[in-house]
Design a protein around this ligand. Structure first.
Ligand code: DGY
Length: 319
């Protein structure tokens, strides 16, 4: 009998064809997300789950799927939506998609940095609203990038790709994470390792690239945000809950921080009250990896992981 794979949301065309050659592929069509009850009902009896960061994969879901489930394969590099311990207990492999979305996500982080610093979205709104009356000596003054310091929190693949971009724009680079980078890598990228407090106090721009874990939840809370320079700009393309969004709004309103560029939110897709009313923020709808090329590569990677698990092999991106 052919194994069954359930795909929780439709994805870009192509990658599922290889799966369909060996398995019964059921895709939840339509734009609306499956709620926890519906998802539990749909996974009963499946062999592999192709899931998204919008799906909560917990013990109850694994129980509902049944003991034949081999793998939950996430279509994302982040996997904070998966209870890894529950997967381990039940012998279900869990996988993610590292490496293939590095450049596209760093592009969005750097685009947010530029857009926030140079007030691109405000300018666009102004022109569209017919409020552009011609060049003005004090119109939409922003912050220069060259010569400024970027602080990178979490310097894995995406953080390093951000560093390469920032270097090209003449920025100085600080980074922090649990341990310094190995060997000469930090030196090659022009990165200096510092502790979090130093990074917050010395950076003009701060970009988050760490995973969401219990340790990084509200890593930037009131005490940490208070350390930032009033002219600092915060960029988040990692995960919303790394920042205490309510406190951030308070700081932005009080001009204790110059601006923020966000692609992710604490209670996604809901925004903290007041955030959308601020002029000094640029807000994107979680599109870090949203290019045709990246989404196709992510799909191929998920399929590779599922095919390996269905053959009884260790998936290449096992967590
Ligand atoms: C990820 O992969 O974790 C991104 O946030 C979404 O593609």
């Amino acid at each position: 009998m052919r194994p069954t794979v359930f795909v929780t949301r439709p994805i870009i065309q192509g990658p599922l064809d290889r799966l369909a050659a060996v398995a019964e592929v059921q895709v939840h069509e339509g734009d609306e997300l499956l709620g926890p009850d519906e998802l539990r009902a749909r996974v009963a009896g499946i062999d592999a789950l192709f899931c998204h960061l919008t799906d909560r994969i917990d013990d109850a879901l694994l129980e509902a799927a049944g003991p034949q489930l081999r793998i939950v394969a996430n279509y994302a590099v982040g996997y904070n939506n998966i209870d890894l311990e529950a997967c381990r207990r039940r012998g279900v492999a869990a996988t993610n998609t590292p490496g293939v979305l590095t450049e596209s996500t760093a592009d969005i982080a750097f685009a947010l940095l530029l857009a926030t610093a140079r007030r691109l979205v405000e300018g666009d709104r102004m022109v569209r609203a017919g409020q552009f009356d011609g060049w003005g000596p004090q119109m939409l003054l922003g912050h220069e990038i060259a010569g400024k310091t970027l602080g990178i929190i979490g310097c894995g693949r995406i953080g390093q790709a951000m560093a390469r971009r920032a270097r090209g724009f003449g920025m100085s680079l600080l980074y922090t994470q649990r341990r310094p980078l190995d060997g000469d890598l930090g030196r090659e990228l022009g990165l200096s390792y510092v502790d979090l407090d130093t990074l917050l106090a010395q950076s003009d721009f701060i970009s988050l690239h760490c995973p969401l874990t219990p340790e990084t939840h509200h890593l930037l809370g009131r005490a940490q945000l208070a350390r930032l320079k009033p002219e600092a700009i915060l960029i988040n393309t990692a995960r919303g809950p790394v920042v205490d969004e309510k406190v951030l709004v308070e700081f932005l309103q009080g001009k204790r921080l110059a601006g923020a560029g966000f692609d992710v939110y604490e209670e996604e897709p809901r925004l903290a009250p007041g955030l959308a009313e601020l002029d000094n923020v640029v807000l994107l709808p979680h599109i870090g990896s949203a290019t045709f090329e990246t989404r196709r590569r992510m799909g191929e990677m998920v399929v590779d992981n599922i095919l390996a698990a269905l053959q009884g092999l260790r998936p290449p991106n096992a967590l």
